[in-house]
Design a protein around this ligand. Structure first.
Ligand SMILES: [Zn+2]
Length: 182
């Protein structure tokens, strides 16, 4: 065997080794991701594996878009898959089997403008309008606990609304607001 051929073989083996290592390193990222949601306004629920075999599941994403639609206008808007990842990771870390109760997912421009006119707490351009935010609570889990887990993830904004009994999470800039009382 020529030297050139030997080094070619070694190179090929090295590549195979590297790719096996990468697969191992990414095992956690490739694990199926599931979510259980309950929309408090519509009474609809969804239990779905939305990520499997290394890819998002289109049907599950569509079902989530629908469940998280603007219930006031019926408008459906794509929900950022990263938001589903975020909420799925929060529930995993909280080790709960309860469905996440959704107070608000997508918010249409009309609905947001109406809410903004009524309350200073609603931003003029909320990330709810981009399908990047959800207001949630989980039965049996303290609101402050949800907030702390969400904050520890550093993946976006976390708003604490103990008076209304929900935590706002989004996949925008990392920031926090709201009361600190537990
Ligand atoms: Zn919100």
């Amino acid at each position: 065997m020529s030297i050139a051929r030997r080094s070619l073989l070694r190179g090929a083996l090295g590549l195979a080794g590297a790719s096996a290592f990468t697969r191992l390193g990414c095992a956690a990222d490739l694990a199926p991701r599931s979510l259980s949601l309950f929309n408090l306004h519509t009474g609809e629920s969804l239990q779905a594996i939305f990520f499997e075999d290394g890819a998002y599941v289109p049907d599950a994403l569509s079902a989530a878009d629908r469940l998280l639609r603007d219930f006031r206008t019926g408008t459906i808007h794509p929900i950022a898959p990263g938001l589903l990842d975020l909420v799925a990771t929060i529930t995993n870390r909280l080790d709960t089997r309860q469905a996440v109760q959704v107070i608000c997912g997508y918010r249409s421009p009309q609905t947001n403008a109406a809410l903004h006119a009524r309350s200073n707490a609603v931003a003029a351009h909320s990330l709810h309008m981009d399908g990047m935010a959800m207001d949630i609570r989980i039965p049996g889990v303290k609101l402050a606990h949800i907030r702390d887990v969400a904050l520890s993830m550093q993946r976006g904004g976390v708003g604490f609304y103990p008076g209304s009994d929900f935590v706002h999470v989004d996949v925008g800039r990392v920031r926090r607001w709201g009361g600190n009382a537990a």
